[in-house]
Design a protein around this ligand. Structure first.
Ligand code: PBG
Length: 338
């Protein structure tokens, strides 16, 4: 608060801020940040088969499921009034170019078709990236011509556009590119528009950091890189915060409809910066796998109160400026709030 504003305020004992805290009803009345089920997006993992429900060991309560069981899951989610789900696929076969990702018979399009048939009204977002589909586990393809052991940005763009069109054709309501390739939003926008999907919005993982908090996800989606790491495409946590604004600005210029900051808790400053710079752009934050697992583990040992910690953390993410939160606790939160 500026000195001027302080000057307007009378001093103690006339002013006692605790007056706003004594009664639960007053606390409730003056609350600014409220979580609601519609803010929350639940990540789900789908793998081929029938009747498959495999718990992810580092993320208790989260499962890889086959499309038939995914249908039961999305029905429950729709009944809870969540904002939506985001789908990640684990294909039967991985190869150098991630062929499953661009096939209409791939795991994600199959799952999307079934889920959409069962609950057409539930918002279904698909993650658009190659790390789950390539045998090397990187988020794009390598160029044979150069032989460089680094993802070929521009060769990957074509494939990302194809993958997005495959998802849209299957019935995805929104696509979410997460690979941090330069130009990915523009390439996907062009691809979607050319295939008559000009109405399908893009939620870009715009400021995505190379984070150790993705550890458990790499088991969930079976996408740990076989060599190297993702630091040549994901952002350096120590980079100037302004770089996140440049990433967001580029994605918006390329046609992103919603933008995301990821992870959430260690990047609340970035969420705040992006929100303040573009208050009118829907902003999502991804409360990632490591953020989930560390609280879960502490709660299992009786060291933390899971419900209290989660509600406090999600409130902080929303207070920082994110209006949409992707979280593995989405279903629990709805139970806790009602
Ligand atoms: C894949 C992707 C990742 C996550 C979402 N999409 C992993 C990564 O970039 O290594 C992480 C989600 C989480 O940790 O919960 N591109």
């Amino acid at each position: 608060m500026s000195n001027e504003r302080h000057a307007e305020m009378s001093a103690f004992p006339t002013t006692r801020l605790r007056r706003l805290r004594y009664l639960p009803a007053v606390r409730e009345l003056v609350k600014e940040t409220r979580l609601s089920p519609a803010d929350l997006i639940l990540p789900l993992f789908v793998r081929p088969g029938k009747g498959v429900r495999q718990e992810i060991s580092a993320m208790p309560g989260n499962y890889q499921v086959s499309p038939d069981l995914l249908v039961d899951e999305v029905r429950r989610v729709a009944d809870q009034g969540l904002g939506g789900v985001i789908l990640f696929g684990i294909p039967a076969e991985k190869d150098a170019t991630g062929s499953d990702a661009v096939s209409d018979r791939g795991i994600v399009p199959q799952a999307v078709r079934e889920a959409k048939r069962a609950v057409p009204e539930l918002l279904l977002i698909t993650d658009v990236c190659f790390c789950e589909y390539t045998d090397h586990g990187h988020c794009g393809v390598f160029s044979e011509a150069t032989g460089r052991k680094d993802v070929d940005n521009d060769a990957t763009l074509r494939l990302l556009a194809e993958q997005a069109v495959v998802h849209a054709r299957a019935g995805a309501d929104m696509v979410a590119p997460s690979g941090m390739m330069d130009g990915m939003v523009g390439a996907i926008r062009q691809g979607l528009d050319a295939a008559d999907f000009a109405h399908v919005p893009i939620m870009s993982y715009a400021a995505k950091y190379a984070s150790a908090f993705y550890g458990p996800f790499r088991e969930a989606a079976e996408c740990a890189p076989k060599f190297g790491d993702r630091r040549s495409y994901q952002m350096d946590p120590a980079a100037a915060a302004e770089q996140a604004l440049r990433e967001v600005a580029l994605d918006l210029a390329e046609g992103a409809d919603l933008v995301m900051v990821k992870p959430a808790l260690a990047y609340l400053d970035i969420i705040r910066l992006v929100h303040d710079r573009w208050p009118g752009v829907p902003l999502a934050a991804y409360n990632v796998s490591g953020e989930f697992s560390m609280v879960k583990a502490a709660a299992q040992r009786g060291w933390l109160d899971e419900q209290a910690v989660v509600l406090e953390s999600l409130t902080a993410i929303k207070r920082a400026g994110a209006s949409i939160i992707l979280t593995y606790w989405a279903k629990d939160v709805v139970r806790w709030l009602t």
